[in-house]
Design a protein around this ligand. Structure first.
Ligand SMILES: Nc1ncnc2c1ncn2[C@@H]1O[C@H](COP(=O)(O)OP(=O)(O)OP(=O)(O)O)[C@@H](O)[C@H]1O
Ligand SMILES: [Mg+2]
Length: 310
């Protein structure tokens, strides 16, 4: 069973007669596997925060089903082992990092001595052990987000929802957060990561779902979304050889004296292309699938969604 599951989830915000209703989620079905970093991606207003709020029972869905560990948001046990770092959060500035963790631990009803031990190990996990005694108002944005990750983990959750954890953080801070997320994952936690920063999610997520105007436009492993399955780049000493690909195999996209890019009707035809090259005594240095960034994949999905040819 997936740790998070939604079926045909729809959320319509009633905004009053004049403005009309907003369809924030429009029949979204997705699943998050245990122990993975799952990225929910999409531009501003796509419905990412609404999805997290729906799963946590902060907002009530209009139709469909949202489940955490098989339980609906109406059952408080669904949130027993769940942590949350909201978007645009503001922690009390007068608290120290340790103070925030102690405060959050008390909210969860933890024993003071348990909170202290847990907080110390979390400060190490998020690389903030030197800053636990410093007031939050002195923290950089990146440090504030890292202490936010720690507070989301105080109750030792299995599943952590992070809504735009790197928003407003500088490039070095972003890398630090990325490394922290990898460490959290290595502890066996599942991370549900909302972001509009595709390149960042690409660097940490195992699988992603791309939302656009409340609808799923693409879903799958990062690898599957960034690999053009039927295209290959071949580094080979082609020279001036006029290399033609038989139509039933596929087509040639580009050719230079040292390389060839092909698009095949079936990935297995790559062997036929290699045979053809070898027959002509062409030296092959490398064969690799053509990849693209998640951003390119996203734009392709958006274009085909709006009816344009990709
Ligand atoms: N409480 C609300 N009342 C009315 N409309 C809302 C409310 N909350 C969100 N919306 C609308 O629902 C849509 C989805 O918003 P949501 O905040 O879920 O998007 P998002 O993907 O998290 O965007 P961002 O990247 O800006 O955080 C938007 O059109 C937004 O304006
Ligand atoms: Mg949001």
């Amino acid at each position: 069973m997936n740790i998070v599951e939604t079926f045909d989830l729809t959320k319509i915000y009633q905004t009053g007669m004049k403005k009309g209703n907003v369809v924030a989620l429009d029949g979204v079905s997705l699943g998050v596997e245990h122990g993975e970093i799952f990225g929910l991606l999409g531009p501003n207003g796509a419905g990412k925060t609404t999805m997290v709020k729906s799963l946590l029972g902060i907002t009530r869905v209009s139709s469909g089903e949202a489940l955490i560990n098989g339980l609906p948001p109406s059952d408080p046990r669904s949130r027993d082992r769940v942590g949350f770092l909201p978007e645009n959060h503001r922690f009390p500035n007068h608290l120290t990092g340790m103070g925030l963790l102690e405060f959050t631990g008390r909210l969860y009803g933890m024993k003071p001595q348990d909170i202290r031990t847990r907080a110390e190990s979390l400060l190490r996990l998020v690389d903030m052990d030197k800053w636990g005694g410093t007031k939050i108002r002195k923290y950089s944005k990146g440090m504030s987000q890292r202490i936010g990750l720690a507070q989301a983990m105080i109750c030792d959750p299995d599943l952590i929802f992070l809504d735009e954890p790197t928003d407003g953080v500088d490039p070095v801070g972003k890398i630090e957060i990325r490394e922290t997320l990898k460490r959290i994952k290595s502890e066996g936690k599942t991370i549900f990561l909302n972001s509009h920063l595709l390149s960042e999610v690409e660097a940490v997520a195992d699988r992603v779902t791309i939302l656009l105007k409340g609808k799923v436009v693409k879903t799958g492993s990062v690898e599957s979304l960034t690999t053009r399955k039927s295209q290959y780049d071949i580094d080979a000493d082609i020279g001036n050889e006029r290399f033609v690909i038989p139509e039933e195999i596929g087509k040639r996209i580009t050719i230079t004296t040292k390389s060839l890019r092909v698009e095949l009707n079936d990935p297995k035809f790559i062997n036929r292309v290699i045979d053809e090259l070898r027959l002509r005594n062409i030296n092959i240095r490398a064969v690799q699938p053509v990849t693209m960034t998640l951003e390119q994949s996203f734009f392709e999905a958006v274009r085909s969604d709006s009816g344009e040819a990709s």
